[in-house]
Design a binder for this molecule. Sequence first.
Ligand code: GDP
Ligand code: IMO
Ligand code: MG
Length: 429
Amino acid sequence: MANVTVIGGQWGDEGKGKIVDWLASRAQVVVRFQGGHNAGHTLVVGEQTYKLSLLPSGIVRGTLSVIGNGVVLDPWALRTEVEKLSGQGVSISPETLQIADTCPLILPFHRDLDALREDASGQGKIGTTRRGIGPAYEDKVGRRAIRVCDLAHLGELGPQLDRLCAHHDALRAGFGEPPIDRERLQRELGEIADFVLQFARPVWITLNAARSRGDRILFEGAQGVLLDVDHGTYPFVTSSNTIAGTAAGGTGLGPNAVGFVLGIVKAYTTRVGAGPFPTELDDEVGQRLGERGHEFGTVTGRKRRCGWFDAVLVRQSCAVAGVTGIALTKIDVLDGLEEIRICTGYRLRGQMLDHLPAHAADQAAVEPVYEVMKGWQESSAGARSWAQLPAQAIKYIRRIEELIHCPVALVSTSPEREDTILVRDPFAN
Ligand code: GDP
Ligand code: IMO
Ligand code: MG
């Protein structure tokens, strides 16, 4: 049975939540495998809008939702989100939500450290979501993390806290901050433990059993390939691998479970946070894209930077992440433009490049080379079939496919769940 792995093909916010929700009607399990509550995935179903940061988007339809070991979990953010969604009528219980007992926890001092570093960085700010994601992953790799399973053994936490506090107290002292209040931390963990533990499972067992039964598994990536810690615009990236391969390591399934890799790609480009952005527009076209596309961050409310579609970056993303087909979203935002530009190459100090160079200074210095296409004046908003798309919009989509060397599987024409065109069924491949 084919599984589908959804990942972002640009700098995040491509519309992964909408597409995962749409595909979730045909999956038995939806699984998050990396990132944390830095993600903000929006689902629009009729009159209701749901904003999810940590919970897999399948939860809204009542599909079994799993948070894999690759995710860093803030227990308090989890409780807040569960309460918020329950208030919107979504049923969340251990029947519908399972969390890997091996997930590392994001603790209050991770969030502090994230903010302290950002505030101290001046011009070098990464523009993180300040959720403690980076510091929590550092502790995981540094073998100092407190994990979900530790919440069932709080009485034995002493030696782990010694290591963790020794590390963090030194860092905090460097910022003039007092040491971690261990008693308070232990008390707070004691208060939240049962809430988290009701969902905790060895989810690799659940997922392997689902696989053996032939259930369809839908993996929900967060962020995007250009924010990947290896393949992205380092150091202006997040602290996890966002490519499709992480779906295996981040859940406890083998690499052959990944299935069809669906890259979600916006019909133009946005970025929230600092870092290079070759096709960024500082003019009224950029402003128009931001307004029509409602480009404000789901998590932080920050204005997203906007620019033309960058085929060089998306071709690179599709290659390094192993994308089988893309879902092209927000094509409706381009309605009414006289002309549309697509970046097809870069110029760097007089030389042509067909890929993004590795060095941050070179990434910041590349100049986009554009191909200009005629826009369309008809509306594509709400189109649900290929035939309802303006002819010129179809030309634009076909040109993108050519330039990125990857076919289009889905087209999205509004935030609403059903305003989606199926070109090639990812589950059938
Ligand atoms: P994600 O992080 O990839 O899930 O994306 P976000 O939810 O952060 O941002 C995408 C935004 O675009 C959300 O507000 C969606 O409701 C909206 N959206 C998704 N697809 C479309 C589309 O095809 N057209 C329009 N106009 N909006 C869309
Ligand atoms: P979704 O899943 C867009 C960006 C931040 C910052 C960088 C590092 O909604 O697409 P972090 O807090 O992860 O250490 O911040 O990554 N970032 C995102 N940008 N969408 C996201 O998630 C993002 N998650 C992190 O803005 O530039
Ligand atoms: Mg988002």
